[in-house]
Design a protein around this ligand. Structure first.
Ligand code: SF4
Length: 495
């Protein structure tokens, strides 16, 4: 799959062109829109805890990382472009002392400029009080807000989501003289997907949009403090215990007074991004009480039932296709095997391959186990298809390795609609399923057969219907303003 974008992003590397996809750690997939983390734990090394939390959330964004620490007097931010392991040195962590911290990993919008300034957390101030803010998601009404709030004397320096949120929090907090009142009013104005952590010199705030589109959880660090994280894997890595989800529309303050919660804006129909279950979130995370690994295994089992095929072996596309392949194999009785070995260290290299290496395409990332594939009828399970380019290369790779037949099974429905909620998706016209039937896609990528998971089976696999499914069915949980729709929805008439 090819990259869609995160609105909250800046770029550590140049935009990934189609031919350059081999540089992308997760080629031809919608790209995740950032990970956020926060910890309140006086007496603990909060910067180091955040550093490890960000490691667990690295899959949600690899282009920049940052940590902001409040020490009772001020807020200090260290951030840079690159992976968490590259951004922070031991001496950074040693000097970032305090009681409360937030962190961010970022995936950036394709086409946006490479920029340190766009890395988060974003430092700003309310009067003379420094704050730092980190955001996962995407607002859909920043342009409207700019016009609407001029009358209140609010001027936006830019339309980046995080800066808009920080500007509004600043304005309304000064009006109320209270941070929670300022955030509450801000949440009343902004529309879209947001999971935000905000740190002052002595408190941590976390708030989530009223539909709960992007995930955010609350955990406890024994009796030492509290943690918020985009995913539960961020709690696990530092030994924090999962307590609960941050609820849609909820605002939490964590300080010396403990955890204080308020329903800042009324909750709307819950619409947690279903693509978190399909692909984005880590398989060892738990969302809405559901194990991501188990959900993906069920998706594979369901597509085995709906679209069986005679075959000799089931393989998965590493890493995200593996649980689905296990489920397909268990349900169908066809043996599962590793069939493709991922080169984990090519990743997002800053060094471009030579043209001849580039032409080898997928081989830089995946190498087939020829003895598993040669002469076999192969079922290959992947989580999604966006443009189809990578799937085509993958099928050719298997045929070159001697596959007698290649049957592709996709553990999500066809991706037909772009995302406006913080996921880097292509425009609609670039999404192969928006203009091609399943048979046409199969012909285009060269499979002997191709089948997708149905929407009802997807919902059954993730346990419930409280999800945004818009990239599959076009029903966006929040109305998308015309100026935001333009460009991404190139094929509106072909739904
Ligand atoms: S459109 Fe909805 S389901 Fe699809 S990626 Fe965006 S938030 Fe997730």
């Amino acid at each position: 799959m090819n990259s869609p974008d995160c609105s909250c992003a800046g770029h550590g590397v140049p935009a990934v062109a189609d031919d350059d996809w081999v540089l992308n750690d997760r080629p031809e997939h919608p790209e995740e829109a950032c990970g956020v983390f926060g910890v309140y734990a006086p007496g603990e090394d909060v910067a180091r805890l955040t550093y490890f939390g960000l490691h667990a959330l690295q899959h949600r964004g690899q282009e920049s990382a940052g940590i902001a620490v409040g020490d009772g007097e001020t807020v200090t931010v260290t951030k840079n472009l690159g992976l968490v392991s590259r951004v922070f040195t031991e001496s950074d962590l040693t000097t970032l002392t305090g009681e409360v911290a937030i962190g961010h990993t970022r995936y950036s919008t394709t086409g946006s400029s490479t920029s340190w300034e766009n890395a988060q957390p974003m430092l700003s101030s309310i009067g003379r009080q420094p704050i730092a803010l980190a955001h996962n998601g995407n607002l859909v009404n920043t342009i409207e807000l700019r016009d609407e709030l001029k009358g209140k004397g609010i001027r936006f320096r830019s339309t980046t989501d995080s800066e808009v949120i920080a500007t509004l929090v600043d304005h309304f907090t000064q009006e109320h003289n209270k941070m929670r009142g300022g955030i509450k009013d801000t949440m009343g104005y902004i529309r879209g997907a947001y999971a935000v952590v905000l740190v002052t010199d002595d408190a941590l705030y976390a708030f989530r949009d009223p539909h709960g589109i992007r995930p955010l959880v609350l955990g406890k660090l024994d009796d030492k403090g509290w943690v918020v994280s985009s995913e539960t894997c961020g709690l696990d890595i530092i030994g924090a215990e999962f307590m609960r989800e941050v609820e849609p529309g909820e605002l939490i303050k964590i300080s010396a007074d403990g955890v204080e919660s308020m329903q800042a804006v009324p909750a709307q129909k819950k619409s947690l991004c279903v693509f978190e279950f399909v692909y984005f979130a880590r398989p060892d995370s738990v969302l809405n009480g559901v194990s991501l690994y188990e959900a993906r295994r069920r998706m594979g089992a369901a597509v085995a039932k709906s679209d069986p095929v005679d075959a000799d072996v089931v393989i998965g596309v590493p890493d995200s296709g593996i649980p689905g392949a296990v489920g397909y194999a268990q349900s169908s009785g066809i043996p599962f095997s590793e069939g493709l070995v991922k080169n984990r260290y090519v990743g997002r290299t800053f060094i471009s391959p030579t043209q001849s290496l580039r032409e080898q395409g997928i081989r830089l990332k995946l190498n087939p186990l020829r003895h598993v594939i040669d002469g076999k009828r192969v079922v290959i399970v992947d989580d999604s298809i966006v443009r189809g380019n990578t799937s085509r290369k993958l099928v050719q790779l298997l045929r070159d390795a001697g596959a007698a037949e290649v049957h592709m099974r996709i553990t999500s429905p066809p991706v037909k609609w772009p995302c406006f909620f913080g996921i880097d998706t292509d425009t609609q016209e670039q999404l192969i399923a928006s203009s091609h039937s399943v048979q046409q896609i199969s012909d285009s990528i060269g499979t002997d057969s191709l089948a997708y998971l149905t929407i009802p089976d997807l919902l059954a696999s993730v346990g419930g219907s409280d999800h945004c499914l818009a990239c599959f069915d076009g029903n966006y949980p929040i109305e998308i303003p015309e100026q935001v729709r333009t460009g991404k929805l190139a094929l509106e008439s072909c739904s």
